[in-house]
Design a protein. Structure first.
Length: 370
């Protein structure tokens, strides 16, 4: 779903304006903004759910405008609606994964059907997919690497050389996120539902089959929806649980070191955790929407350097509502191996005289320290 692969083979430096602590895993500090607006206000999209970028001059972000799916494209200068030939009409595009400027995959849904498309540098083409469409989980994850595409849902699917391979899952198991290091090394997470009486699952792909890893000890009621894998063998799984008595959400992040799970949630509290991404150096970026304040919710990104979490303020949109819930980032991904990151989501505008509000797409890019 989220393209993170370029960071795994090249050591990069993301110099965000931040004051990192040297304390333990539970430490946190406020930082100066390290993000700039790239798209806000009235645009071709009202909400963006996934972003992927193979390099600095190419990126794709997918979502919708009303009841119509929209793919936005970055050409190195600005974001515009993708009008490349071959794109079918869908209600929503929910996942995109770009291997290269001429190798991009996107997944969407329309009523009772699913759509998979591929971009070859000149046009989009519809690719026959496999597996029944599940209306209860229409946001199916994708992750592509050279030579193979991975797809989640009520089974684990791989696509290579024009053919699909299906790995059946137990009943009521649904895969919510996939992170592939290579065509022969990938990880997937999801849940044995329902959340209240179920449990999280993590699978590893070795190039031939998927193997179930030990169960992450997430707190009861936590929905595992995010996974990040590192070449070192570390695997991060994250999600959130509904707060008690209608209280704020309770996020959680666990790390697998190859032998055991460790809780690294630290100071993350009162947030809907919607995206985890590798920072390319063994650490993490985490984002979503903040519910720590009942009055307002500003955009943010948390960074974990392996021991300490640091909260970074993102840029404010000039026309945004200042009361919660005004901002939400739904995905985060590196811009190739440049050291910068994209964050995409949406925000709401203040109510007008009729009590109506608008939702606008939001795209931000990390900025290096000046």
């Amino acid at each position: 779903m989220r393209s993170r692969h370029a960071l795994r083979t090249t050591t990069v430096s993301l110099a965000l304006a931040a004051a990192l602590l040297t304390a333990g895993a539970t430490g946190a500090a406020a930082t100066t903004p390290g993000w700039e607006l790239s798209l806000s206000g009235d645009s071709a999209a009202e909400s963006l759910m996934s972003v992927s970028a193979p390099d600095a001059d190419h990126a794709w972000a997918v979502g919708r405008q009303g009841m119509r799916g929209v793919i936005m494209r970055w050409d190195g200068r600005s974001w515009q609606a993708d009008t490349t030939p071959g794109l079918p009409a869908v209600w929503q595009w929910s996942a995109v994964s770009a291997v290269a400027a001429d190798d991009v995959w996107a997944y969407g849904s329309d009523g009772d059907s699913q759509t998979l498309v591929h971009y070859d540098g000149e046009r989009w083409s519809t690719v026959p997919t496999t597996g029944a469409f599940d209306r209860t989980w229409p946001e199916v994850p994708l992750d592509a690497v050279p030579g193979r595409l991975f797809k989640g849902g009520d089974a684990l699917y791989t696509y290579a050389d024009g053919a699909w391979q299906t790995f059946e899952l137990p009943p009521r198991v649904d895969i919510r996120d996939i992170d592939a290091l290579s065509a022969d090394d990938a990880y997937a997470t999801g849940m044995q539902y329902p959340v209240k009486d179920g449990h999280p699952v993590v699978y590893h792909w070795d190039g031939t089959t998927w193997t179930l890893l030990p169960q992450p000890p997430l707190n009861q009621g936590t929905d595992a929806t995010e996974i990040v894998a590192e070449p070192s063998g570390s695997v991060y799984v994250g999600g959130w649980a509904a707060g008690a008595d209608a209280g704020p959400p309770v996020p959680a992040v666990l790390r697998w070191n190859g032998t055991a799970w460790q809780d690294v949630t630290g100071p993350l509290t009162s947030m809907y955790l919607e995206s985890l991404s590798s920072d390319g150096k063994g650490g993490l970026y985490a984002t979503g929407s903040d519910k720590s304040d009942d009055v307002r919710s500003d955009p943010f990104v948390w960074h974990y350097d392996g021991s300490t979490w640091t909260k970074q303020a993102a840029a404010l949109a000039p026309d945004a509502e200042t009361r919660w819930p005004s901002y939400a980032f739904h995905d985060l991904a590196p811009a190739g191996n440049t050291g910068t990151f994209w964050a995409v989501g949406d925000y709401s505008t203040p109510m007008d005289s009729h009590g109506d509000t608008e939702i606008h797409a939001l795209i931000e890019r990390s900025t290096p320290e000046s």
